[in-house]
Design a protein around this ligand. Structure first.
Ligand code: HEC
Length: 306
């Protein structure tokens, strides 16, 4: 079947084949690289954020709490600013007030929280339970799909390691009166030392970054397609000018010569192989003309002798 095709079609078939294989291989490789890169970016963002939130907690614990703790004993209003979890969440809310970060979330998801805002939902409860069942598990990462889009999360266990925590989280009697007045005596009590009570969870939107990666992939593939189209066009023009047209002209001249029209001439337009071939044909034609003339004149002599 390939034998019946014209030279131009054969070349185009080959080029398009190479192009398709090329775009398939490079597209797949690029897609893998880009999505891995996107996943790395998302995970890096989440890591930095969770680390930052831990720094905020630490700061509150080390510097704010000692300053304000004495006031907890005497004042009627509880000072949530003394609580690391509170300051972390408040700082994160300021961070989220920038529209660019609205889809980022931070939660100290707790099974029995003091503030019901921190209550773990079923998905988070599962994470907390994984930590409770396996004490050596230090971190969980994964994707969670919500109606608002895909989120990538990092979760770390919250463990009660300090005795001081139990002042406010063991029994209502032990807690400052101001805390009971603000939060009631129902929630956030009964925690044990060394118990994992919840999970610190940071969630960052994944869809946006994967979409950017897809756009990059699309743009690169589009550019490759355009470049290939230009290459195929250029090769076609070149092939027609340098090979196909001269060959067609030579075929026409050869046809003329074969039917005796000896004034038809093989034109040498270039010095490439085709040009050399045309020159050789022209010489062959001239030799043929001479040979025929010799034959004819020989015939004449014989005619005269007879
Ligand atoms: C002075 C009392 C007090 C002490 C001490 C205290 N907490 Fe709390 N904790 C609270 C209050 C009140 C809240 C709710 C704050 C809010 O409104 O978010 C809270 C919230 C939390 C939360 C978020 C979940 C929830 O219950 O709402 C975690 C987790 C937590 N505390 C852990 C600890 C740990 C760990 C320690 C010890 C390092 C500790 N707390 C010490 C009073 C205290």
């Amino acid at each position: 079947m390939l034998k019946n095709l014209r030279l131009g079609s054969k070349f185009n078939l080959l080029l398009i084949g190479v192009f398709l294989i090329g775009i398939l291989l490079s597209g797949t490789a690029l897609s893998v690289i880009l999505s891995r890169n996107a996943a790395d970016q998302i995970s890096l963002k989440a890591s930095i954020l969770i680390q930052t939130m831990n720094a905020v907690r630490q700061y509150t614990n080390d510097q704010v709490n000692p300053e304000l703790a004495p006031r907890l004993e005497v004042e009627d209003d509880f000072l949530p600013e003394t609580v690391p979890g509170y300051s972390a969440r408040e700082v994160f809310e300021y961070f989220r007030s920038d529209p660019e970060y609205r889809d980022f979330f931070y939660k100290e998801a707790t099974l029995n929280p003091t503030n019901l805002r921190d209550k773990a939902d079923p998905f988070e409860t599962e994470l907390v339970n994984s930590f409770r069942e396996n004490d050596s598990l230090k971190e969980l990462r994964g994707n969670r799909s919500l109606p608002s889009g895909n989120l990538y999360y990092i979760a770390r266990p919250i463990k009660i390691v300090q005795e001081t925590c139990l002042r406010c989280h063991s029994t209502p009697e032990a807690a400052p009166a101001s805390q009971i007045a603000t939060y009631g005596d129902q929630n956030g009590f009964g925690w044990q030392l060394n118990e994992i009570v919840g999970a610190q969870i940071i969630s960052v939107p994944a869809a946006e970054i994967f979409k950017t990666a897809q756009n990059v992939l699309f743009l690169v593939l589009l550019t490759v397609c355009i470049v290939f189209a230009i290459i195929i066009l250029a090769i076609n023009i070149m092939l027609r000018k340098a090979v196909i047209s001269p060959l067609n002209r030579m075929a026409a001249v050869a046809q003329d010569v074969s039917t005796g029209k000896m004034d038809s001439k093989f034109q040498q337009d270039s010095h490439d192989e085709i040009g050399v071939l045309a020159a050789a044909f022209e010489r062959m034609k001239l030799s043929l003309v001479m040979a025929m003339e010799m034959l004819n004149s020989g015939g004449d002599r014989q005619d005269r002798q007879n």
